[in-house]
Design a protein around this ligand. Structure first.
Ligand SMILES: *Cc1c(COP(=O)(O)O)cnc(C)c1O
Length: 379
């Protein structure tokens, strides 16, 4: 089955009870048993729920994985992965990590005795120099947030395999429309399904997808034992969102290309970060592992300071100033004061998150309206 069919049918069966074409919302916590243990595969909704189960099958299908797991948020999904580790274990991750992931690692799990290293993951020698017998996990994002750096998934998976380390990729920005990290050697794919998979900014959800069955068993155990699961309503919404993922992504990418080119030529713009631009420092890796370049763009403006940047954001009318990304509507953001405020200024500026950086989540509106909006805000 091709991707554009999997989004609609992948892992799905019509509901066995009445043949409902859409998976019904099984709004129930428990299931009748005819005799103790005599049930139809469902006992209690923290462990299993048919609507969530349909969604988990869909997650697995679109990411070319065997097992999918849904969580109450992206961070709950990441939390489940870190719970595979023990005190003394070490994790190597990227230095422009999603702010919430950085906070989870450094403000919670560091206190449990897990050690985190943050490096530019394009440098394989830096990664190799940090690996020791305690290293248990490589955690990558590509493209990264908000600098849109690209890391070579295949190369990292080789490093992980040689050293017997788990390799996880946060695939939130790219989505499986653009890249499927399991095919490139990753062990775990993670999503904030809040973003493109849900696609309509109306639900918070997380996902993990794996191939290895014993790893899946461990994660299912954590999912049930810790209990950070999504409810059936939200599971239904994300399933519905995934059915249009391919056509939404196509338009997100088309619009982002036009906007990146527009900004790239604009006299008030200093630098544009979008992996589809030839002047992007990782363009060749991007081209080799991505089918398209996504809907996220970051840029800085010339002679720009904090206040002027805020004024540009306030002038935007169609781009709504808001946290999050990946919905049908265009959003703008100021990483330094919003998504990345929890990262110390010095740390964040080292990775490029300066005060004048603006991040756009390009929606699927008419491109001429979006460009007009940016034009008036910049001028
Ligand atoms: C939003 C986001 C997360 C966290 O997901 P939530 O659903 O907000 O918990 C993790 N990684 C990336 C890249 C994100 O954009």
């Amino acid at each position: 089955m091709k991707f554009n069919t999997k989004t609609i049918h992948g892992g799905q069966t019509h509901d066995p009870a009445y043949g409902a074409v859409m998976p019904p919302i099984y709004q129930t916590s428990t299931y009748a048993q005819t005799t103790p243990g005599g049930h139809k595969g469902f006992e209690y909704s923290r462990t299993h729920n048919p609507t969530r189960h349909a969604l988990e099958n869909s997650f697995a299908s679109i990411e070319n994985g065997k097992h999918g797991l849904a969580f109450g948020s992206g961070l709950a999904a990441i939390d489940a992965v870190i719970k595979l580790l023990k005190p003394g274990d070490e994790v190597i991750s990227t230095n422009d990590l999603y702010g919430g992931t950085y906070r989870l690692f450094t403000k919670i799990y560091q206190d449990f005795g897990i050690k985190f290293h943050f490096v530019g993951m394009e440098s394989h020698s830096k990664i190799n120099s940090l690996i020791n017998k305690n290293t248990k996990l490589l955690w990558a994002e590509t493209p990264t947030n908000p600098m849109l750096n690209i890391v070579d998934i295949k190369a990292l998976s080789k490093i992980a395999k040689i050293n017997n380390i788990l390799f996880a990729v946060d695939n939130t920005f790219a989505t499986p429309y653009i890249q499927t990290p399991l095919d490139l050697g990753a062990d775990i794919v993670m999503h904030s399904a809040t973003k493109y998979l849900g696609g309509h900014s109306d639900v918070v959800m997380g996902a993990l997808i794996v191939n290895n069955s014993s790893l899946a068993e461990k994660l299912y155990f954590i999912q049930n034992a810790s209990g950070a699961i999504p409810g059936p309503q939200d599971s239904f919404l994300v399933l519905r969102g995934i059915k249009t993922l391919h056509i939404r992504m196509q338009r997100h990418c088309e619009n982002a290309k036009m906007i990146a080119e527009f900004l790239n030529e604009h006299p008030k713009v200093e630098k544009v970060y979008w992996p589809g631009l030839k002047n992007h420092k990782n363009h060749s890796i991007a081209k080799s592992q991505m089918n398209d370049f996504g809907g996220m763009i970051s840029f800085t403006s010339k002679n720009n300071d904090y206040d002027e940047t805020i004024r540009i954001l306030e002038r935007l009318k169609i781009f709504t100033l808001a946290e999050s990304l990946g919905g049908v509507e265009s959003l703008s953001g100021h990483p330094a004061s919003m998504t990345h405020a929890s990262i110390p200024k010095l740390e964040r500026e080292k990775s490029g998150v300066v005060d004048s950086l603006i991040r756009l989540s390009v929606g699927i509106e008419d491109i001429s309206d979006l460009i007009q909006d940016l034009k008036q805000a910049l001028e």
